[in-house]
Design a protein around this ligand. Structure first.
Ligand code: PLP
Length: 290
């Protein structure tokens, strides 16, 4: 059982405190690469196959060489063995374009402990500010080089939005487009409920396809929920019965306060939170044979 795990894509387990990257790695100097963040529970990587599929799509969007997913599965298995099964962990898969001087992509993965804020967000929910993202819902189609549907390493603006919210006493952020449409959180997908209907905004509006939302929608029908994808405005968030931020690490964080307005918990709050946990633990969890 280790406190931190570091495995490179060639299957070598490294000392996590030893330096790994070259100074000219394009992931470090340009954010030129892709990543995935996966929750490890009971020694298993939640929805890992959904993450590997998104890693491949993100790499394709950046014109990176197609990742060999079997190599990743082997590295994931090695990292899980090192991490153990007695506590949750956060596994991060990183694939950069590699060194500026050449030599091909850099791939590695780490596992570390789950941040304290995660447990609090799952238990108590979060307060959220809506913030302008500064672009239109058209941008994914009109400017594909913005890589909106890809999970790239360039997260500095998302982190800046979170700091902006924290400085104003909020825990998290929901971005809106220049037309005032609801997009996503800096590290989460937006979900609302109306009765037993669960609704999330369309990925065509330039948001990341969330693995947690995808897994939830795969299981929710069998639990008497209807699932819909529909354009949402901030007023829809306020008028909804329930509002959540979904993500691989936090799973479901109920939004209890939006722009200072208190949002009561819906009757289905506990049900949704258990269902998201069930989805994460059961959808796409079998590592395809490597
Ligand atoms: C911008 C953004 N949107 C949505 C999500 C939620 O995706 P997932 O459920 O796969 O974690 C994330 C997760 O990190 C994200 O960074």
């Amino acid at each position: 059982m280790a406190d931190q795990v570091l495995v490179t894509l060639d299957g070598v387990v490294h000392d996590p405190d030893a330096p790994l990257l070259h100074a000219d790695d394009l992931g470090a100097v340009r954010g030129d690469g892709v990543f995935e963040t996966v929750l490890v529970r009971d020694g298993a990587p939640c929805t890992i196959e959904l993450h590997l599929a998104r890693l491949r799509r993100s790499a394709a969007a950046l014109d990176l060489p197609e990742p060999d997913l079997d190599d990743w599965r082997i590295a994931v298995g090695l990292a899980l063995d090192e991490w153990g099964a007695d506590r949750e962990g956060i596994m991060r898969l990183v694939l950069s374009r590699g060194r500026e001087s050449g030599g091909g992509p850099t791939g590695y993965l780490t596992v570390g402990p789950v941040a304290d804020r995660v447990e609090a967000a799952r238990r108590d929910g979060v307060s959220v500010l809506t913030l302008a993202r500064g672009y239109s819902v058209d941008m994914a189609a009109t400017a594909p080089w913005q890589l909106l549907g890809a999970k790239t390493l360039s997260y500095a603006t998302n982190m800046a939005a979170l700091r902006h919210a924290h400085a104003r006493g909020a825990d998290d952020v929901i971005f809106t487009s220049s037309e005032g449409m609801v997009l996503e959180g800096p590290r989460s997908t937006v979900l609302i409920s109306r009765g037993r209907t669960l609704i999330t905004p369309p990925i065509e509006h330039g948001i990341l396809p969330g693995t947690t939302q995808q897994a939830l929608f795969e299981v929710a029908g069998a639990h008497r929920f209807r699932c819909e994808v529909d354009a949402l405005r901030p007023a829809d968030l306020i008028l909804a019965d329930g509002l959540w931020l979904l993500s691989s690490v936090t799973l479901a964080a109920r939004v209890h306060t939006l722009d200072g307005l208190s949002l009561p918990a819906p009757e289905i709050a506990d049900e949704v939170s258990s269902l998201v946990g069930l989805a994460a633990e059961t959808v796409g969890v079998e590592l395809d044979a490597a």
